[in-house]
Structure formats: structure tokens, C-alpha cells
Ligand binder design. Structure first.
Ligand code: F6R
Length: 608
């Protein structure tokens, strides 16, 4: 989604803004712009395309002198990607400049009212409404004008604003779109995410919904929407700066695939204590765990796929009925939630608009909400009753890998804990499964060693147009994620199918040479999946199978076979997904695509 950076301080602003925006590129964008106060006026440059174009246009910011400015990378919602629709947006007099993330839902009504008053619009964006509305309400006090504007807008926003009348100030506000404020010895910052300012400071304030802030050389002042001052405490970010850099890898995605052993270890190790799973952060007593009647898992995209795995594992081990919903569906389907329902919201960013709305819906209906979240202090983490953090570290590549792997690891822990407390698991099986969990990071490392073999195979299929991923049970859940990984970064059409379902229609799409990736890691379903492989092979499919290392006979059935080391059948997803992430990566690489920033996509989807 869009990215915001703002700076006021002792150093030239434009290079800091451009550098900050480059750290937010991972969020996805199609145009970029900056506005800087140059001592007399607010100067603005904006352009469609990559940040590189803006850097060239401004000679890395040198043509835009000044010590106070705001910048933006835009991911188009209202109006196509274009120079005009790019942010910042200014009023006609060029005395007010605005950058905005989110959506102003009632913008059409506001626009019509402003047009009646004679305001002229140059862009198709919802954001331009804000520039004109600020002009309408501004009487010399920026905070008062912002308060009035925000009382009229509906929707979500993170805003950075400059007023020519107050040239050494930046103003900002947020509602349902993330924004942080940071400060160092030499300046003050606003940003949509930590990497943008990590180089300059680790001391930040997380802005809450409906807060306004004013930043100058001397102060940072927070207000509520009634203009009353607020006291806030800064927090220290303990991210390693190198975690937000590529560290010698050609792409963030490959780096993050390679970080999975550590990420999984960091997520599970502190929670396996002796022969038990320690999850105090759940805030649930054993009695409460025993009284859960149903679990609803809600998430989007890959996090939803983690939830599908979670359903199999939680039902299989803890014997609790689980429903999994896409957050965008859940929030509007009038879900039936009782007091003994536990709702689990899974999200890497903790800012996904639909997941956040689903969380609020669930809380509003009296359910207890547990977040499985990666970004500390994010909206979902703050609003959930309790949080089970995944310790994947910052994930930059748009396509998730390590955060997904940590989400399923967190769900394993939860399932084991619930199974034990509810008396559904034999103590010796429990101990063996803890050992299997501890072994996962090393086994993932082992699989990463197959990278050349996978690259070689991927290169054979660079020109393929359709791929099907099939599997049963947990193998179906793996297929969903493997298929999404491939299509989102390679632009190859791909579908995941429950292997037994294919013959109910979709098998008609299989023809000579169609690539079918068959997952067969579930021992109890192995013979059934073999039958499904034979079905597609006899219709001409080329089958790449992925199975457990002791099923060498698969080579008699499939055309190409990848193996995963032995683990408990509930945990095979953690291993099987790794070669398939690499497969997607090498296909995208081989097709010459932008692996980390696929077209049309954003890292954190903060609009509905
Ligand atoms: C795909 C991907 C997305 C996200 C989805 C939810 O690789 O990353 O499908 O999983 O947008 O995002 P979070 O987990 O941030 O809520």
C-alpha cells in the first residue's frame, strides 16, 4: 500500500524523504512524489513509475533544497497511476500540501459540495478533497483546520500535511492506516512503517486512531480530535537495521526464504519449556481452554492459508471444531459467535483492513479474540484481547514466506497446548511431537540445500501458462499457499485443488504437458492421492510430486519427485512449502520479473 515519510530537521529534507520512500518500496506502489518547503514556497515533484524516476528528476533531491518536507509512494485506488494522481496534492494557491494513505469513502459527496463552492479539482483522487477542505476550514490554526476536516471525512487515513503559513512544521493524523512518529538528535519524522526511518532513529511513537500530531524543530505535540493535548510515551524499536536490508541476497524474498529456520526457531523455542508448551500470552486459563466450544479463524491471503492448515491441525489434535473464513467474507456474513467461541485473527502486518474489521466485528459480538501477528504494536496486535507474536522479524518482500511459516508454527503450538489441556493427546505422542517441532528448523535448512535442483526444474517451466497444485487434507492447504506464491510473483495462472475434487469439472483443463504439482505428504491419504496423480497423468499432465523421503516408489508414478524429511503428519506443511516457495521464486526470476514487488500488489493491504 501507499507509503508516507515526512521530515523536519537540520539536514536537507529531500534526500531523507527519497531514501525513506525507498525503504517503503516493498509495500507496493505505482507513483511517487515529494513536497519540500524551500524557504519561500512549497515545491513539489511527483511522477508515475518507480522511485528511481523521481530520484533522477530531482537529482537525488538536490534540486529541492529545504529542511522540511513530506513524501509519498502511491498505490492507486481512486484514479489510474499518473503524474497528476500521484501525491502530494495541493490546493490551488499551493499553500497546503497533503499526502494520504487510505480511502476517503465519502469523497464524492465532499467533492461535489466543494465544486459548488468553486473549488477546482485537477486529479481523480479522493485525497485532493482533503487539500481543498483544509483550505476551506483554515483560519490560521492548522490543528483546528485538521480537526474540522477529520470530523467531516469517513474512511481511513494516515496523513502528512504542510502549511506554507507554518513552514517549519509537519502535521499528521491517522485512522485505520498506520503511522509512526520518530525523533533523533537532528530531526523529527513521520512514516508509515519503521524501515523508512530506522537509519535515523529507533525511538518512535505509534499513533493511535483519531490522533493528530504537530512536529517542529522544537517539539512533537499530540492532540485528540477535539484539539486536547495528549501525553504519549515513545517506544524503542529493537529491529536490527540489517534485517531490513538484503544482506547479500539478490532479493528480499530469497533472503526471507533462507531466514525461515531462524524465524521458526525464534517462534517456537521460547515457548517449548522442558516437556511442555508455555503460552501465557494467550491469557487463557486451563479452565477457559477446556470450555472453548468452537474456534473461528479469520485472515486474508497467505494468512488465510495458514488458517486452513490450522483448521486441520487444531481439529486433528485438540478435537475442537474450527471454521476458517476470509476476513472480507466473515465481516459481512453475520457470523454466529457465542461466548465460548475463540476467534483467531492471523496477520503478518497487523494492519490488513479486512482482518482488522473482522476483529472488531468479533469483539463487538462478545467473542474473545486472539491475534497471531508479526508486527509488534500494529493495530491488530493492539486491538486483540491477546497476541501470540510470530517472531519472523521484518518481512519486506511482498510475497510472504517466513511470516507464513511462523504463522503455521504458532498454530502448531496452540494445537498442542489445547490438545494437552483438553486431554486429547497421549503424553508420549505429545513429547514426540515437541521433538518433531524442535527438529523443524534444521529440516528446513536441509531443504534449502535443494535450491539448485529446484532452479533447474523451474527453468524447464518458464513458459508454462497453467499450473495446478493438488493435494488432500493438509496437502490441500499447502497447495493453496504454493499456488498463490507461484501466481503472485510469476503471473502464471495457477490453481489449487483438493485432489479428489478435480474430476468434478476442472480435470477437463488438463491436456498434454499441463504441469500438475501433486502434494502427497499425508500418510493416511497417500494411496488416494496416487490415484489422483494417475488420473491426471492419463490425461497428459506432467506431474511433479512432493512426498516423504521414504516414498521413493513415487518415481514410478510421477515424472519428477521432490522429497521432504520425516516429521509428524501434522507438521509437513512447514517442510513442503519450502521447495515450492523456491520454485515460485526461480520461475519469477527466470521470467525476468520484479520478484519482490510484483505488479498490482501491496505488502500491507490497508483498504477494504
Ligand atoms: C501473499 C501475501 C498476502 C498476505 C495478505 C494478508 O504472499 O503476502 O496474501 O498474506 O495480504 O496480509 P497480512 O498477513 O499482513 O494480514
Amino acid at each position: 500500500m501507499c507509503g508516507i515519510v515526512g521530515y523536519i530537521g537540520q539536514e536537507p529534507a529531500a534526500p531523507i524523504l527519497l531514501d525513506g520512500l525507498s525503504k517503503l518500496e516493498y509495500r507496493g506502489y505505482d507513483s511517487a512524489g515529494i513536497a519540500v518547503f524551500d524557504g519561500a514556497s512549497i515545491r513539489m515533484e511527483k511522477t508515475v513509475g518507480r522511485l528511481r524516476v523521481l530520484q533522477e528528476l530531482t537529482q537525488n533531491g538536490e534540486t529541492m533544497p529545504g529542511f522540511c518536507g513530506i513524501g509519498h509512494t502511491r498505490w492507486a485506488t481512486h484514479g489510474c497511476p499518473s503524474d497528476t494522481n500521484a501525491h502530494p496534492h495541493m490546493n490551488r494557491e499551493h499553500t497546503i500540501a497533503v499526502v494520504h494513505n487510505g480511502i476517503i469513502e465519502n469523497y464524492a459527496k465532499l467533492k461535489a459540495a466543494l465544486q459548488k463552492k468553486g473549488y477546482e479539482f485537477v486529479s481523480e483522487t479522493d485525497t485532493e478533497v482533503l487539500a481543498h477542505l483544509l483550505t476551506e476550514y483554515y483560519r490560521g490554526d492548522p490543528i483546528k483546520a485538521i480537526e474540522k476536516v477529520l470530523s467531516r471525512v469517513e474512511g481511513s487515513y494516515a496523513l502528512g500535511i504542510m502549511f506554507l503559513d507554518h513552514p517549519h512544521h509537519i502535521y499528521a493524523a491517522r485512522k485505520d492506516s498506520p503511522l509512526i512518529v520518530g525523533f533523533s538528535g537532528t530531526g523529527k519524522f513521520i512514516a508509515s512503517d519503521v524501515p523508512a526511518i530506522l537509519k535515523h532513529t529507533r525511538t518512535v511513537y505509534y499513533m493511535e486512531n483519531e490522533e493528530i500530531v504537530s512536529l517542529s524543530m522544537e517539539h512533537i505535540r499530540f492532540y485528540n480530535l477535539d484539539g486536547e493535548p495528549l501525553e504519549k510515551q515513545p517506544v524503542t524499536i529493537n529491529w536490527d537495521i540489517h534485517a531490513a536490508e538484503k544482506g547479500g541476497f539478490p532479493h528480499f524474498m530469497l533472503k526471507e526464504i533462507y531466514e525461515q529456520p531462524k524465524a521458526i526457531r525464534d517462534t517456537i523455542s521460547p515457548r517449548i519449556q522442558g516437556d511442555d508448551v508455555a503460552l501465557e500470552e494467550l491469557g487463557l486459563s486451563d479452565e477457559q481452554i477446556r470450555s472453548i466450544r468452537k474456534i473461528n479463524i479469520v485472515a486474508c491471503g497467505s494468512a488465510y492459508h495458514a488458517g486452513v492448515t490450522g483448521k486441520y491441525v487444531l481439529e486433528g489434535l485438540a478435537r475442537i471444531p474450527v471454521e476458517v473464513d476470509l476476513a472480507s467474507e466473515f465481516r459481512y456474513r453475520d457470523p454466529i459467535l457465542e461466548a465460548d467461541t475463540l476467534v483467531i485473527v492471523i496477520s503478518q502486518s497487523g494492519e490488513t483492513a479486512d482482518s482488522l474489521a473482522a476483529l472488531r466485528e468479533a469483539k463487538g459480538r462478545g467473542a474473545k479474540v486472539l491475534g497471531i501477528v508479526n508486527v509488534v504494536g500494529s493495530s491488530i496486535a493492539r486491538e486483540a484481547d491477546n497476541v501470540l507474536y510470530t517472531w519472523a522479524g521484518p518481512e519486506i518482500s511482498v510475497a510472504t514466506t517466513k511470516a507464513y511459516s511462523c504463522q503455521i508454527a504458532a498454530l502448531y503450538l496452540l494445537a498442542l497446548k489445547f490438545a494437552k489441556v483438553r486431554g486429547q493427546i497421549d503424553p508420549s505422542d505429545f513429547s514426540q511431537m515437541l521433538q518433531d517441532l524442535r527438529n523443524l528448523p534444521e529440516q528446513v535448512e536441509q531443504l534449502l540445500g535443494q535450491k539448485e535442483q529446484i532452479q533447474f526444474f523451474a527453468n524447464r517451466f518458464l513458459a508454462t501458462e497453467h499450473v495446478f497444485f493438488i493435494g488432500r487434507g493438509i496437502d490441500y492447504a499447502i497447495s493453496l499457499e504454493a499456488s498463490l506464491k507461484l501466481k503472485e510473483i510469476s503471473y502464471i495462472h495457477s490453481e489449487a485443488y483438493a485432489a479428489g475434487e478435480l474430476k468434478h469439472g476442472t480435470i477437463s483443463l488438463i491436456e498434454n504437458g499441463t504441469l500438475v504439482v501433486a502434494l502427497a505428504t499425508q500418510e493416511n491419504l497417500y494411496p488416494k492421492t496416487i490415484s489422483n496423480i494417475v488420473e491426471v497423468k492419463s490425461r497428459g499432465a506432467f506431474v511433479m510430486a512432493l512426498t516423504n523421503e521414504d516414498h521413493k516408489e513415487m518415481e514410478h508414478t510421477a515424472d519428477y519427485v521432490l522429497y521432504i524429511p520425516k516429521t509428524n503428519r501434522f507438521f509437513t506443511n512447514s517442510l513442503a512449502i519450502v521447495p515450492l516457495q523456491l520454485f515460485a521464486y526461480y520461475i519469477s526470476l527466470g521470467r525476468g520479473l520484479d520478484v519482490d514487488k510484483p505488479r498490482n500488489l501491496a505488502k500491507s493491504v490497508t483498504v477494504e
